[in-house]
Design a protein around this ligand. Structure first.
Ligand code: G3I
Ligand code: 9MR
Ligand code: ZN
Length: 560
């Protein structure tokens, strides 16, 4: 133990506090909302039956209770007992003390408990900006890099050749590529955040270069990526798949990755693909309505680009993408672009009210209807298509379609909320959800639950949505907050090139870990773990585990 740590342990002991938080007490290390269920989960067979909640740093007991019965959790292998302190609603900073065990990590009870987490999670997109110098400023001194990836070229697979522009966009993840498909769901989710909760997020400052102009910071940040997406549309309306180097860079800062950033297509005519073009059309259509009050010109440019993409899509409905020979960066290949096309139709209809989009939607939504009942992800955006149709419904809408979508969504939300509130870890997750990016599955379940609440309000949907946040922020088998620099025991080794290459002790803030991934063959760290562990256990705080600790923009978006 380093001397400074010993010092803290000794002073803590002298002051009558237990030495270090007991990780067996799983809590949301950020906090809980006053009017919501509040549970800590205790994974210890030697703990006594009693627990108390105390003000942090004092012995004043504000709540006492008994632990619930032990339940065996198959997802983690943990035996859990619940400490339910729901009836404590007084705002403050607390710890839980469990008999014969010790004290928990601290947490708050506060109506604004998650405001800083939101700030860091949303600001992390600024930290992914490509084509500009980035500096997190006084709050995070040393978190900076120079302008990067300014050299653009056409790869032969794009159907064009020569130099071209490389500007704007967010680095996708721990790597420096920019991918249209993944940008689609990411940007769409963030735009929806603004559209669904305008009053909540409009005035929250992100401290970005555009702060202080007349546009809400969240929209300014999202626009950085939309501007890149717009550069990915060809003259015929189709949209190329990605702009990356042909191989992944080493663990260097962005400006030290000097490989050209090449526009990559399918390798044969029409070179663009339908999934990327559908996602593009959907997202630019959303932009066309949301930016209108702030920049009318940008809004109409966006709608027009979306409409041209739609026209291309009607001529090329299912051109799929696979990495062409010689390209090793992320694939984001999706064999079915029907859901992307449906999403495009729905958002274009919601923005423009034009009958052709509506006709397409009415004729095709039934084939994707079941997707209203499952969490979205980059390959499956059918839920986004269906929900936007209902969220934007008006007099012209088809009553049958609205009813069917609402019904499917609400039925699913009811079952998912029940499953969440009765599962030992109080998450919506089941074993098959423990895939690459599983933490985004948890977050996207919450997105579904919040959309369902918007379609037919029910506090249990919102409660269940918040339970998944408790899981992500520390109430999990590792007692680790899966968001960098958030909570008192956050993970520290994301697969994220700037975090690995810079001189800062801590990783860049506000980034969600991909999460446990039971597909052990997907990286060497997972492969080295014993076979047959419960799914939640396939995670380690290790930079080399890209299939479990990488960050990605499409995972941070539902966290936001
Ligand atoms: O959809 C299937 C599901 O039906 C099945 O039950 C399950 C069982 O394995 O797999 C699901 O497919 C998974 C797919 O993602 C969709 O979620 C695959 O297993 C999984 O291998 C695949 O992982 C993707 C990974 O790239 C490898 O292709 C991740 O979603 C995706 O986020 C990730 O993206 C990478 C980029 O390529 C490059 N940049 C970093 C980024 C994040 O790691
Ligand atoms: O860093 C890459 C990460 O962003 C991807 O998700 C992952 C899978 O495509 O690949 C990572 O790059 C690794 C490459 O695939 C193999 N050599 C090691 C690279 C990580 O340092
Ligand atoms: Zn860059």
């Amino acid at each position: 133990m380093p001397r400074w740590q010993l010092f803290f342990v000794l002073t803590a002991a002298l002051c009558g506090q237990s030495a270090a938080p007991a990780p067996e007490i799983r809590v949301n290390q950020v906090g809980y909302l006053p009017g919501f269920p509040k549970h800590a989960l205790i994974a210890s067979s030697t703990a006594g039956d009693k627990f108390t909640v105390k003000r942090k740093g004092s012995d004043r007991i504000v709540f006492s209770g008994q632990l619930g019965p032990a339940t065996q959790d198959g997802l983690s292998g943990d035996t859990l007992r619940s400490a339910d302190f729901t009836s404590l609603t007084q705002p403050g900073e607390y710890v839980i003390d469990v008999e014969n065990l010790g004290q928990s990590y601290p947490f708050v009870i506060d109506a604004n408990a998650y405001e800083r987490t939101y700030y860091l999670a949303m600001r992390s997109f600024y930290g992914q900006r490509c084509g500009t110098a980035v500096d997190l400023g006084e709050e995070f001194p040393g978190y900076r890099y120079e302008i990067c990836h300014t050299r653009g070229q056409f790869h032969p697979s794009s159907g064009k050749s020569g130099e071209r522009q490389s500007a704007y966009g967010w680095h996708d993840a721990g790597d420096y590529g920019r991918y249209v498909v993944n940008s689609g769901i990411t940007t769409g989710t963030l735009l929806w955040t603004y559209e669904m909760f305008p009053k909540r997020v409009r005035d929250l400052k992100l401290i970005i270069p555009e702060s202080g102009n007349a546009t809400p910071d969240i929209l300014d940040e999202i626009r950085w990526n939309l501007e890149w997406m717009l550069t990915m549309q060809d003259d015929d309306g189709g949209v190329w798949h990605k702009q990356t180097s042909v191989n992944f860079a080493g663990f260097v800062m962005p400006e030290r990755d000097t490989m050209p950033s090449v526009v990559i297509g399918t390798g044969s005519a029409p070179f663009k693909n339908s999934c990327a073009t559908g996602d593009f059309a959907a997202v630019l259509a959303i932009a066309g309505r949301l930016y209108k009050p702030f920049d009318e010109q940008f809004a109409s440019r966006s709608t027009a680009a979306a409409a041209r993409a739609w026209t291309w899509l009607t001529q090329h409905p299912n051109v799929t993408f696979q990495n062409p020979t010689g390209v090793a960066t992320g694939g984001y290949g999706d064999g079915n672009c029907a859901d992307e096309r449906l999403w495009a139709a729905a958002e274009l209809w919601r923005t423009t009210g034009e009958a052709s989009y509506h006709d397409y939607f009415k004729q095709n939504y039934a084939g994707s209807l079941s997707q209203a009942g499952s969490p979205p992800g980059w390959p499956s955006v059918g839920g986004m298509a269906l929900w936007t149709y209902v969220l934007g419904a008006g007099e012209q809408s088809d009553a049958g379609a609205v009813a069917a979508i609402r019904d499917t969504t609400v039925k699913a939300a009811k079952a998912l909320a029940e499953r969440t509130l009765s599962s030992p870890y109080r998450t919506t997750m089941v074993a098959s959800d423990y895939i690459w990016g599983s933490n985004s599955v948890a977050a996207n379940y919450s997105l579904l639950l919040l959309v369902a609440n918007a379609l037919q309000p029910d506090p249990r949907y919102v409660e269940a949505a918040v339970e998944n946040l408790h899981y992500l922020l520390g109430r999990n088998a590792f007692s680790t907050s899966w968001v960098t620099q958030v909570g008192s025991n956050p993970f520290r080794k994301p697969h994220h090139r700037p975090s690995g290459a810079d001189r800062n002790d801590e990783p860049w803030p506000g980034m969600l870990s991909g999460g446990p991934n039971r597909n052990q063959t997907q990286d060497n760290v997972l492969r080295a773990m014993p076979a047959g562990l419960p799914p939640m256990k396939y995670w380690a705080d290790d930079q080399d585990s890209y299939a479990a600790t990488e960050m990605a923009i499409n995972w941070n978006a539902p966290l936001v």
